[in-house]
Design a protein around this ligand. Structure first.
Ligand code: OOG
Ligand code: MG
Length: 264
C-alpha cells in the first residue's frame, strides 16, 4: 500500500483534531487515504499531538486500547494500541460529564498506574512496572471516536488518538504491590443495572504487563521513556457502554472502592 506524504498525514491529523474541537463526526480517513495503516496512523498521531500542544495543551499520560479480551471482541480487533491523554480531558471526581461536549461518548472502567520513576524501554518487564509505580488508582475512561457510528480501521483509530475523550481518576491511591491486580474484580453498572463484570487479568493477563509492553513499543517508536509523574490507563476491562443524559455510572473495584460519573 502507498505510504502517505507528510502533507496527507497532516491533513489526517487536522481532520481528527478539528472534529474533536467541533464535537462533530467525520468519515473514516481511510476512505480518503486507503494506505493509512496502523504504522501510518502513529505518524499521524505524532503530528496530531503537535497540533494539540500548539493549541496550548500538554500530555499528562497515555491510554492503552484493546488490551482486554472483551474490548477486542467488541471492536473486532486483536491488536492493542496507545494514545495520549491531555490535561483538558480530566474530569475531577464528583464533577459531571456534560454530554454536549462530546459526539457519542462511551464509558469503560480501567486500572491506571501513576509512575514514580521513568519507565524506559525497550526491555521493561511487568516487575519493573510494579517497582516504578507510585500508585494505582481505579478510573473511568470516556472514549469518543470522531468517526461516524464509532466505526473505524486500525489506521483510523490510531490517527484519532484512539478515541480519547475524557477520564476520571479516583482520588484513592493504592500500592499495586498490596493488591492482587491479576484477579481483582470490577463491576460496572449504569443507573443501578449491571453492564459488565470482569477481573483485571482480562488486560493482557495483568495490567502491569500491558504497561510494560506499551513502554517497550513506545520506546521503539519514539526513543522516549514514559516519565515519572505521568499516568497510564491500561485499557477497558469490560466492554464500553454508550452514555445518555441522566446516566449514573458506577465502577466498583475489589479493595479499591468505587469511581462514579454522572452525565448531564
Ligand atoms: C479505541 C480506544 C480503546 C480501550 O480501553 O480499549 C480503549 C476504541 O474506540 O476502541 O480506550
Ligand atoms: Mg480505554
Amino acid at each position: 500500500m502507498e505510504q502517505l506524504t507528510l502533507e496527507q498525514r497532516m491533513d489526517c491529523a487536522r481532520r481528527s483534531w478539528q472534529a474533536e474541537q467541533d464535537r462533530r463526526e467525520i468519515e473514516m480517513l481511510t476512505l480518503t487515504y486507503p494506505g493509512l495503516d496502523r504504522e501510518e496512523g502513529y505518524a499521524v498521531q505524532e503530528l496530531r499531538n503537535q497540533l494539540v500542544e500548539q493549541a496550548g495543551h500538554r500530555v499528562v499520560g497515555y491510554k492503552l486500547g484493546s488490551t482486554s479480551l472483551r474490548k477486542r471482541q467488541q471492536m473486532g480487533t486483536t491488536a492493542s494500541s496507545y494514545g495520549r491523554l491531555y490535561e483538558y480531558m480530566a474530569i475531577p471526581p464528583g464533577q459531571p460529564l456534560e454530554l454536549d461536549r462530546f459526539i457519542h461518548p462511551k464509558v469503560e472502567p480501567e486500572i491506571t498506574f501513576v509512575l514514580g520513576r521513568d519507565l524506559c524501554g525497550p526491555n521493561v518487564t511487568a516487575a519493573q512496572v510494579m517497582a516504578a509505580a507510585e500508585c494505582v488508582v481505579c478510573s473511568l475512561e470516556v472514549i469518543d471516536s470522531r468517526y461516524v457510528n464509532f466505526k473505524f480501521t486500525g489506521g483510523d483509530v490510531v490517527s484519532d488518538n484512539i478515541s480519547g475523550g475524557a477520564y476520571v481518576l479516583s482520588g484513592q491511591k493504592y500500592d499495586p504491590k498490596e493488591l492482587d491486580l491479576e484477579l481483582l474484580g470490577v463491576r460496572l453498572a449504569v443507573n443501578g443495572v449491571d453492564q459488565g463484570y470482569a477481573a483485571c487479568c482480562e488486560v493482557l493477563g495483568h495490567p502491569a504487563r500491558a504497561l510494560a509492553e506499551f513502554a517497550n513499543i513506545f520506546f521503539r517508536r519514539t526513543g522516549q521513556p514514559i516519565r515519572a509523574g505521568q499516568f497510564v490507563m491500561t485499557g477497558g476491562i469490560t466492554q464500553s457502554i454508550t452514555l445518555s443524559r441522566g446516566d449514573h455510572v458506577s465502577a466498583r473495584f475489589a479493595h479499591m472502592g468505587e469511581v462514579t460519573l454522572d452525565v448531564i
